[in-house]
Design a protein around this ligand. Structure first.
Ligand code: ZN
Length: 147
């Protein structure tokens, strides 16, 4: 609470309307052109994109979750820490064996492994490798020969 109060005391309130700003260019008003210009300077447009395969059988909500998990964008403890919540405990609260990343929550955690076993049994596929990443798991499942 003291830390929050210190942060609030550092803020100066101005008597004017709200405006949108882009963090990389706080001196100009927000515009898509400024964002595009800023991103084109910071992003390597020649790098290989993620080879995520969109499956039309899966609901949009589910596939967006998986895509966000691959990109480490779901709210894991490690993702929250990288967003500035430094005081958060990042060790998995379920198993206590590793940092709580998206890959750990969905694959590496003992609890997740126990879920994967009946899923693979139900799908009649071999047990998947839960030591890697979500992207590797999807590739592994995609490579399994089946009808
Ligand atoms: Zn765990």
């Amino acid at each position: 609470m003291e830390s929050l109060n210190d942060l609030l005391r550092q803020q100066n309130l101005l008597n004017r309307g709200d405006v949108w700003i882009w963090k990389n260019n706080e001196h100009q008003e927000f515009s898509v052109k400024n964002v595009n210009s800023s991103l084109s300077q910071n992003v390597d447009l020649n790098s290989a994109p993620c080879t995520f395969i969109w499956n039309n059988w899966v609901t949009t909500k589910s596939i967006m979750f998986v895509w966000r998990a691959i990109e480490e964008k779901i709210l894991s403890a490690v993702a929250l820490r990288s967003r500035g919540m430094n005081q958060i405990q990042v060790i998995c609260k379920t198993c206590g064996a590793a940092e709580e990343t998206a890959d750990h929550i969905l694959l590496g955690c003992n609890f997740a492994r126990r879920i994967w076993e009946p899923i693979t049994f139900w799908l009649k596929i071999p047990m998947v490798n839960t030591e890697g990443s979500i992207a590797e798991l999807l590739q592994e499942i995609s490579d399994i020969p089946r009808s």
